[in-house]
Ligand binder design. Structure first.
Ligand code: ATP
Ligand code: MG
Length: 140
């Protein structure tokens, strides 16, 4: 079994229909080990997005992630990381709409920054990101 960190971005929490749809999709595909609403502070966002520091979208991304509460999950399933990334779809919403119109980002993404959700990209990223957002979580 594999685990991953999934995060729903602030504009999704402001859309109760989108939030409910995505929670149902998650519940149907994964075991939810932990879930909580989380306010991303400047300090958390700097740690979480350290790999993107210096990129042209970094400031915009960090500001957006602090614009309201997010919803974080620790998910478990076989091939959890790839499975959640597949359900999210391509990073860029215009590509998502074009190539995978039923993925989360195509349905609920608004722009490249406000692309609805995040998912860890590897086992090591998942452990790093879980430690940042769920510091009390004990990895089995
Ligand atoms: P995530 O890490 O959020 O699961 P990802 O792995 O598909 O997405 P990354 O390259 O890690 O994409 O980018 C992290 C986040 O930075 C993206 O989800 C998006 O919100 C933002 N981002 C990435 N590329 C761009 C871009 N070209 N313009 C604006 N925002 C971007
Ligand atoms: Mg990424």
């Amino acid at each position: 079994m594999e685990i991953t960190l999934a995060l729903l971005k602030p504009h999704v929490l402001r859309n109760s229909y989108a939030l409910q749809q995505i929670k149902t999709l998650i519940g149907n595909n994964f075991t939810i080990l932990e879930s909580k609403e989380v306010c991303i502070t400047k300090e958390l966002s700097e740690r979480f997005y350290a790999e993107h520091k210096g990129k042209f979208f970094y400031h915009r991304l960090s500001t957006f992630m602090r614009s309201g509460p997010c919803y974080a999950f620790i998910l478990e399933s076989e091939s959890c990381i790839a499975k959640w990334r597949h359900l999210m779809g391509p990073t860029k919403v215009f590509k998502a709409v074009y190539s995978e119109p039923n993925c989360i980002r195509a349905l609920y993404g608004l722009s490249d920054t406000r692309n609805a959700c995040h998912g860890s990209d590897s086992e090591s990223s998942a452990l790093r990101e879980i430690a940042i957002l769920f510091p009390e979580f004990k990895i089995r």
